[in-house]
Design a protein around this ligand. Structure first.
Ligand SMILES: N[C@@H](CCC(=O)N[C@@H](CS)C(=O)NCC(=O)O)C(=O)O
Length: 204
């Protein structure tokens, strides 16, 4: 059975949980003990030398990085049409990668950083994180005002990759009600069959 090494409060882990649930894939959740720094132990570093969650283990496949894990699950388990969650067509594939890169960069340096600061007291460059967040949410809202989903005419792993830290933004003192198209997008994700939430995500 697939094993997911994770922290309960991690949005990066939640995107993996969400796709596993939407695809109805059974898995074993292994909670890594952050308090004892289990993610920096030799055994854990053998799976992920960066010492981060999530890590997914599926037989011989050992994967770090939430974006990479989404891509793997999409191709390995994604419904009858293998290219539904991660399109094959070059332009559509590139659009998905645009948003996966945004999840790894602007989302991490913006809303994710603000949440780390306001929820757990992490020292960050507050002005920079607020500026990145404002620009990101403005661009995202404009994009979603014109398209129902981020990268295709249907949901893809791009939507899953962005969703958790956007939906958790209020924990970083960000008011999403100024961005109606983002709220509508979160609402449609929350209405999907198999949707799972996590502590800190409001219901829209
Ligand atoms: N790019 C990685 C980032 C993973 C990451 O930053 N994980 C955090 C939790 S959300 C972590 O393990 N932090 C502990 C540490 O870096 O020591 C991904 O998308 O999975």
């Amino acid at each position: 059975m697939i094993k997911l090494y994770e922290f309960a409060a991690s949005g990066n882990c939640h995107k993996v949980r969400l796709l596993l649930s939407l695809l109805d894939i059974p898995y074993e959740s292994i909670m890594v003990n952050g308090a004892t720094r289990e993610h920096k132990s030799a055994d854990y570093l053998a799976m992920n030398p960066l010492g981060q969650v999530p890590v997914l283990v599926d037989g011989d496949v050992v994967l770090r990085d939430s974006q990479a894990i989404l891509a793997y699950l999409a191709r390995q388990y994604g419904e009858e049409q293998a290219d539904f969650w991660l399109p094959n067509e070059p332009a559509a594939l590139a659009q998905v990668v645009v948003w996966l890169a945004t999840a790894a960069n602007e989302v991490t340096r913006g809303p994710n950083a603000l949440r780390l600061h306001h929820k757990w007291g992490r020292a960050i460059n507050l002005v920079e994180a607020e500026t990145i967040t404002e620009q990101l949410l403005t661009v995202l809202n404009q994009h979603l005002a014109a398209s129902t989903w981020l990268a295709a005419a249907h949901i893809t792993i791009a939507d899953i990759a962005l969703y958790p830290y956007i939906a958790l933004a209020s924990e970083g003192k960000v008011d999403l009600h100024r961005f109606p198209a983002i709220v509508a997008w979160m609402k449609q994700i929350q209405s999907l069959h198999g949707y799972v939430s996590m502590a800190g995500i409001d219901t829209y």
